[in-house]
Design a protein around this ligand. Structure first.
Ligand SMILES: C[S@@+](CC[C@H](N)C(=O)[O-])C[C@H]1O[C@@H](n2cnc3c(N)ncnc32)[C@H](O)[C@@H]1O
Length: 222
């Protein structure tokens, strides 16, 4: 793990672990709005395999698998991944959905330019320092093939909660023990520096106001 909020990260990991252990299927069975978009974008690009980061118990991984994608799902919660593996077997999707424990503060396991698509719903707005966030996006860029796609969704600063949550250092906020970051459009643009920014869309999901972002790792011809 690189420098940054090491103690904060440890506490957050415990928090997520106990949240999943206390409440199986914490995020429900319905896919996120962002994954429905991602499936269309990835499918239109002829991609059939996806690396999902911060996959939780796998509601979006299963949606992608049912659409015919192979998904490698990672998260830093073993409890969430246990549920994901159990569900994959129960649904007969374990040939299409694999899972591995991974903290995205550490380098991503794939070799350079070996992944076609990365998806992350409500991960980038977790408790990362600005440098951890930039490193994570650089890692995603490293593992993607030229022309590879990255779709992510994050909380927006237009969400009314962004004003009520307790403010911490580095632009992070805290509520009920969970720490995260609300993104404004300039942060989306800043993180897209080495990318082609294809689409940035505001939307509402449940009580949350969100950004959905689609970026391409430029190929040699671009
Ligand atoms: C809001 S949940 C979203 C889960 C899933 N993407 C979904 O939409 O159902 C955020 C997820 O990110 C995971 N997470 C947070 N920080 C992480 C980190 N540093 N490395 C890997 N996973 C992390 C949590 O365990 C949790 O499963």
């Amino acid at each position: 793990m690189n420098t940054g909020h090491v103690e904060l990260a440890r506490v957050q990991q415990e928090r997520w672990e106990s949240a999943y252990a206390r409440r199986p299927q914490l995020h429900g069975a319905q896919p996120s709005a962002a994954v429905e978009w991602a499936a269309e974008v990835f499918g239109a690009a002829g991609i059939d395999d996806v690396l999902e980061l911060g996959a939780g118990h796998g509601r979006d991984a299963f949606f992608l698998a049912r659409q015919g994608f192979s998904v490698h799902a990672t998260d830093f919660s073993e409890a969430a991944l246990d549920q994901l593996r159990h569900e994959a077997q129960r649904e007969g999707l374990d040939d299409r959905v694999t899972a591995a424990l991974h903290d995205v503060r550490d380098p991503l396991p794939p070799a350079d330019a070996t992944v076609n698509a990365v998806f992350a719903n409500v991960l980038l707005n977790m408790a990362f320092s600005p440098s951890e966030l930039r490193s994570l996006v650089a890692e995603i860029h490293r593992v993607l093939c030229p022309g590879g796609l990255f779709v992510y969704a994050v909380w927006s600063t237009d969400d009314p909660c962004s004003r009520h949550w307790r403010q911490l250092d580095d632009g992070l906020s805290m509520h009920d023990g969970f720490v995260g970051r609300f993104f404004d459009e300039s942060l989306v643009t800043e993180l897209a520096e080495q990318w082609r920014l294809d689409d940035t869309a505001p939307y509402d999901e449940g009580q949350r106001r969100m950004w959905r972002v689609t970026m391409t790792k430029p190929g040699p011809e671009s």
